[in-house]
Write a protein that binds this ligand. Structure first.
Ligand code: CMP
Length: 139
């Protein structure tokens, strides 16, 4: 079993897509181990995306991610990191495959509906950023 950190981003929450995205998560066989709605401060968004500091989109990305509520989740499944990235589709919705969450719901590379960890080390950092061990519910 593997865990990954998923975010339903502020654009999707604002457009009331949370329920439809959660439905896909469960239908695709992920267990939701933890879930919370958060309203990130700019500093918290900068800390989360620290690996992107210095990139041209960093300022805009962290402003967007702190612009409204988001939903953070710990998802568990065999090969969860890759499977959640496959379900999301490519970062840029114009390149995302048919049927993926970003192809269906994203409106731009920044307002791309969802986030997922990209590797085991990133997943460990990102899960710990939002959830204490005790908050990850065992079934
Ligand atoms: P995410 O998977 O959350 O990781 C970093 C985010 O930066 C990415 O999704 C996009 O929403 C955003 N972003 C904005 N512009 C770019 C870009 N040119 N390349 C990659 N990510 C970008």
């Amino acid at each position: 079993m593997e865990r990954t950190l998923a975010i339903i981003k502020p654009d999707a929450v604002e457009r009331r897509l949370t329920g439809r995205i959660l439905e896909r998560i469960e239908a695709e066989g992920f267990q939701i181990r933890a879930m919370r709605m958060v309203r990130l401060t700019k500093k918290e968004a900068e800390g989360f995306y620290a690996v992107h500091r210095g990139r041209p989109f960093f300022e805009s990305l962290t402003s967007f991610m702190s612009s409204g509520p988001a939903v953070v989740l710990a998802l568990e499944a065999p090969d969860a990191i890759r499977r959640w990235r496959d379900l999301m589709g490519a970062t840029n919705p114009a390149q995302a495959a048919e049927g993926t969450l970003r192809r269906t719901f994203a409106t731009s590379i920044e307002r791309n509906a969802t986030h997922g960890s990209d590797a085991p080390e990133t997943a460990a950092f990102e899960l710990a950023y939002f959830f204490r061990g005790v908050e990850l519910v065992e079934m």
